[in-house]
Write a protein of this length. Structure first.
Length: 237
């Protein structure tokens, strides 16, 4: 069955898929980490004919959520698998409202490699759509990095920079930031995000803070000052 036919809404329900990508170069390390459920992963949520993901940028007030054609590999990433996570039973209009609401919660400058990355967004959106969060293993490497920052190798939490400019340009050409106005629905209030940031809980940052994703010279860095690899940058034009 083709991906197009799988993605269609049938019998009043819309399937929600998670596409998983490995950000480590193919080799022994990535194979071992994948086998034990500790891979350095990028994920996107597929609803209908679009795959939604979250990345960082330094444009204040703009969402970091973007969409692309499903199974579009991020720069330096390798497609690993597709997971049928569950179903959304709301109308297409309501589903679109939920996605738009999520874009307001996940702004580009709030990106953090460990505490607020693409996998946090995937879990958040999946829970809104299906009632259950994404599998924990997709973000296990970041969780370990938060808990044991002094002993975790950088390769576990910071993917190597993609050196192929063609790969990066193709990705940016095929993806777009989600566009839409504010969703005035108290169930999905963006003020919840501000409260989480200040309280230092799951969504907050426990390390050195800046005003957000920013540039230092020619490098783009996350809120904690870690270099943001191309695979985790939103396509801002």
């Amino acid at each position: 069955m083709s991906s197009n036919s799988r993605a269609q809404r049938t019998q009043g329900r819309t399937p929600v898929y998670i596409n998983v990508y490995d950000l480590l170069p193919p080799g022994k390390l990535s194979t071992v980490l994948w086998a034990i459920g500790c891979g350095l992963l990028h994920t996107g949520v597929v609803v209908g004919e679009k795959e939604y993901a979250f990345g960082g940028h330094d444009k204040k007030g703009e969402t970091g959520v973007y969409w692309m054609k499903p199974r579009t590999e991020p720069p330096g990433g390798t497609f690993r698998c597709e997971i049928l996570h569950g179903y959304a039973y709301e109308s297409e209009e309501t589903i679109n409202r939920i996605i738009l609401a999520a874009t307001e919660v996940f702004l580009g400058p709030s990106y953090n490699l460990l505490s607020r990355n693409c996998n946090h967004f995937t879990s958040y959106l999946c829970e809104l759509l299906t009632g259950k969060p994404a599998p924990r293993y997709i973000n296990r490497a970041a969780g370990i990095g938060v808990s044991l920052p002094c002993i975790v190798p950088n390769e576990w939490i910071e993917p190597p920079e993609c050196e192929d400019p063609i790969d990066s340009e193709a990705f940016e050409e095929g993806s777009r930031l989600v566009q839409g106005g504010r969703v005035n629905d108290p169930q999905y209030s963006s003020s919840d995000d501000a409260a989480a940031e200040s309280s230092g809980d799951e969504w907050g940052d426990r390390t050195r803070k800046t005003d957000g994703v920013h540039r230092e010279g020619d490098k783009l860095k996350d809120k904690a000052g870690r270099q943001l690899p191309k695979a985790e940058r939103a396509p801002v034009r």
